[in-house]
Design a protein around this ligand. Structure first.
Ligand SMILES: Cc1cc2nc3c(=O)[nH]c(=O)nc-3n(C[C@H](O)[C@H](O)[C@H](O)COP(=O)(O)OP(=O)(O)OC[C@H]3O[C@@H](n4cnc5c(N)ncnc54)[C@H](O)[C@@H]3O)c2cc1C
Length: 406
């Protein structure tokens, strides 16, 4: 693994940092307070082509590698987790999944428009009774001529109310378990499709999160992503990319805490000196820096494997678990370093603290990541008789992500 970034990767990182500082950071607190998805920021992101970062140029993307994509994701989350969620969903969960599983016709039709923001995607896996246990999909897909009729409910779907297209996972036969799950690309304007925003969230308040309702939504068989019964594999491969961007985002949140705290700690005076000169405050900052560096190395290792086309389920889970936990530690300590001021939205650290929590809930809770990691360490096969493939990943031979749960 090369520890040096290429000039292109460094340029992309700087470009994104400048953009985030200029366009996202100044509005992040107000959007959070107003619980507002900011279309003005989104349109500027679309115009820059950022959403297509790791998508090949042939399909309208920037054709960058996963290191550059991770660094960019980190820079966005350094100032705003809600905006980073747009990247995780649009780029990682939707575009890269279509890139991997789509037919040439689906890729040519959808990817350029997902890269330029003309289309917005969402990823509809979670249901009221199927979160961690994603194989328990209750949404039904019933064949009707050359179409399928989709009925059911999805919940906690990021970008659900703003999406033009939803990846919807449904079962063609619940008796088949995860082998009956099939993925469909659903036009959200279809008759019988509706979305309802979820209000009152702890964090990610400037990100849309919605429930989706499908009432006999007619979807042509040509809109299937993969084959009948491939849906579970499609979902899990999407999460390998989604978790990667969550891990990179979490490192960005830690970096945001470091930046805020190192500034504040040298300004705030107690007992006649800056609080940054008190050793207990220094210890909190040191822990954040160590967490940040370790989390960055973990997601960059996953990026390195992705660039090689090598299976990286385990490495991505390690990065997501560690960075998600690190972000929670950093958010917690950042508020502590700010003292009473940290408890107010006058400063960004309370937002970082609240935004950190979702990092060990979505795209597989921290318990599910631990389960994946422990099963691998113990050599235990999961509920579907699959291993997470540590040996194959390290040997660099396999490339098929498959895990039992989100
Ligand atoms: C803001 C937000 C955005 C989201 N965006 C999306 C999205 O875009 N698309 C999407 O499909 N989903 C999305 N989700 C849903 C998210 O992925 C689920 O909430 C998550 O997978 C957990 O599922 P659950 O909420 O049903 O919790 P449950 O599965 O009911 O879990 C509850 C608790 O039990 C633990 N648990 C469950 N099973 C086990 C086990 N086997 N071993 C140990 N512990 C276990 C969990 O870790 C958790 O602590 C989002 C969620 C949030 C909060």
């Amino acid at each position: 693994m090369d520890f040096d970034f290429t000039p292109e990767q460094m340029a992309m990182r700087k470009h994104m940092r400048d953009f985030a500082e200029r366009e996202i950071a100044p509005k992040a607190a107000a959007n959070d307070r107003a619980c507002k998805f900011d279309w003005e920021i989104a349109k500027k992101i679309f115009a820059e082509g950022f959403l297509g970062c790791p998508v090949p140029e042939k399909y309208g993307g920037l054709g960058m590698d996963y290191v550059a994509y991770g660094l960019m994701t980190e820079e966005v989350n350094r100032v705003c987790s809600s905006t980073r969620t747009l990247f995780s969903v649009q780029t990682s969960l939707v575009a890269l999944t279509i890139l991997k599983w789509g037919t040439e016709a689906q890729k040519m039709e959808l990817l350029p428009k997902l890269c330029n923001g003309e289309y917005i995607g969402c990823y509809g896996l979670t249901e009221p009774e199927a979160g961690s246990d994603a194989g328990n999909q209750q949404t039904k897909a019933v064949k009707d001529g050359s179409d399928y009729l989709l009925s059911g409910q999805k919940t906690w779907i990021s970008c659900g109310s703003i999406a033009t297209h939803a990846l919807v996972f449904a079962t063609v036969d619940s008796k088949l378990g995860h082998k009956g799950i099939t993925c469909f690309i659903v036009d959200t304007k279809s008759k019988g499709f509706s979305a309802q925003p979820i209000h009152g969230k702890l964090g990610l308040r400037a990100s849309d999160t919605s429930s989706l309702f499908l009432d006999s939504v007619r979807v042509p068989a040509a809109n299937m992503l993969g084959q009948v019964g491939d849906g579970f594999k499609v979902a899990m491969s999407a999460l390998d990319n989604g978790r990667f961007s969550v891990a990179a985002g979490a490192v960005g949140l830690v970096q945001g805490c470091i930046d805020a705290c190192t500034t504040y700690a040298m300004q705030r005076i107690t007992f006649g000196k800056p609080i940054g000169e008190h050793q207990q405050v220094q210890a909190m900052i040191a822990d954040m820096v160590a967490d940040c560096e370790a989390g960055r190395l973990l997601y960059l290792r996953a990026a390195h494997l992705k660039n090689k086309g090598v299976r990286n389920t385990l490495e991505t889970s390690l990065a997501k678990l560690f960075a998600g936990e690190a972000a929670n530690r950093a958010g917690h300590n950042a508020v502590q370093i700010y003292g009473g001021y940290g408890y107010s939205d006058e400063y960004p650290v309370e937002r970082y603290f609240r935004d950190a929590k979702v990092l060990n809930i979505y795209e597989g809770t921290r318990e599910i990541q631990r389960l994946i990691i422990a099963q691998d360490a113990l050599g235990i096969r999961n509920a579907n008789g699959q291993s997470s493939g540590r040996m194959t990943a390290l040997a660099g031979t396999a490339n098929e992500p498959q895990l039992a749960s989100v």
